[in-house]
Write a protein that binds this ligand. Sequence first.
Ligand code: PLP
Length: 379
Amino acid sequence: MQFRTRAIHVGNEPCPETGAVVRPIHLASTFMQHKAGEWREFDYSRSGNPTRACFEESIAHLEGGAGAMAFATGMAATSCAMAMLKSGDHVLTGSDIYGGTYRLLHHVSNRAGVKTTLADSTNLDAFAAAIQPDTKLVWIESPGNPRMTITDIAACAEIAHSVGALLAVDNTFSTPVLTRPIELGADIVMHSATKYIGGHSDVMGGVLVAKTKEIYDELYYVANATGAIMAPLESFLCSRGLKTLELRVREQSRTAMQLAEWLAKHPKVANVLYPGLPSHPGHELAARQMDGQFGAMMSFELDGTFEDAKRVVESTKLFRLAVSLGAVESLIEQPASMSHASYDAADRAKHGISDGMIRLSVGLEALEDLQDDLQQAIG
Ligand SMILES: *Cc1c(COP(=O)(O)O)cnc(C)c1O
């Protein structure tokens, strides 16, 4: 069955009791048992909940994994994966990773003795050289943020596996519509379901998908022990989001491609960072690794100052000035003052985050309206 058919049907069988084509939301915290010590499928909602199980079944299938777990946020999912590690273990991450992941590893996981190295995952030789004998986990993101760098997932799987480490991929930006890391050799896929999976800026959630039953069991043990699971209403909203995921991502990517081409020709735009453009350094790899389209996230650099970029992000009307991404409404932000403000100026320069950079999350509005909005703002 095709992706969009599975997104609607797998994990969404009608309610066996009533025939309701949409399953009820199970709010129960506990489940009555027939006999003491003999457990039915569900016993307590931290350990397992029917509404959450439906969403987990759908996303595991769409990513091609043996099992999935849903969490309260993306960061709860990431911290569950990190909690598999013990003191002395080493994590190698790409340098273009989500700021919250950077903070977790450098300021929280380090307290438990977990060591972290950042290296440029687009330079495979440098990345492989940063691996250590005690590297247990390699963590990458593709496309990265905010420069939309593309990382070779299959090559990183080989690098990780050469020392017996697992490869985890934060697939939030690409979604399983465009990239399925497990097919490329990854062991764990992570999502902030807050973004494309929810898709409507109205739910927080996270997901881990495990390639094998063994990895799933290990993650499940930590998830159940630490307890940051996804609640029933959120699970329902995420299941609903998955049903339209492919349509949204494909249409948003189509609009993004056209906007990127238009921006690239704009006299006041110095540079557009979108993997769909042949000028992007990751274009060829993205064309191989992503399924026919390049996502709906992009950044561009104005031929101007910090103040000029600030003025543009403050004068759009349809593009809402906000962090986050992946929803039906388009968002705009200035990395230097918003998503990446915690970097000092020297670090921003080192990571290629210029003062004139603007990041877009392209939504489902009409191309013409989005173009007009950017035109009046850029002037
Ligand atoms: C938002 C985001 C996260 C964190 O997810 P939350 O749901 O905000 O906790 C992690 N990775 C990426 C790429 C994100 O965009």
